[in-house]
Design a protein around this ligand. Sequence first.
Ligand code: MN3
Length: 202
Amino acid sequence: MAFTLPDLPYAKDALEPHIDARTMEIHHDKHHAGYTSNLNAAIEGTPLANQTIEEILAGVSGHGAAVQNNGGGFYNHSLFWQIMSPDGGGEPSGDLADEINRKFGSFAEFKDAFSRAAKTQFGSGWAWLLVDKSGQLAVTNTPNQDNPLMDICNVKGTPILGIDVWEHAYYLNYQNRRPDYVEAFFNVINWNEVTRRFKAAK
Ligand code: MN3
């Protein structure tokens, strides 16, 4: 069973001025489409073709670089589009807000930790907020298209929020100013979707 490139859940210009339409177009239609088709090519005719993407990533250490890079790229971008929204920004409420305050001290301290993880990831990669194996919130970063679902990741768990810090995610609008992109990202975070993923992961 082949994986399918998901549609963007909003128009390509919906996240402007924070993320520009041209970046969204190339990012979704070229990069994410490429990861999806390359993943399908890598698993075709293998036992992995009958697994979910989560199952594939959980055993990724045994599947080779093509599955690791493209499987991660397929999953990460599918999550990324969902956890952004033109109606996003602000702060979470309810149980997720309580858990963030308990774990990080305050929303501001969480934002600092997540932003630091995004800004200090050397080269291409992602920063994550995840629910770890003990049910605790954690922040981490990963190189390339790795993510916390992978058995090779140091901090394992279920990602509920992620930011793509590959240059293809921001270079047209922000050039080398990754910190400005990270700051702008907070204006489009879909906390309703992050909360849904938090509850599902607990
Ligand atoms: Mn990307």
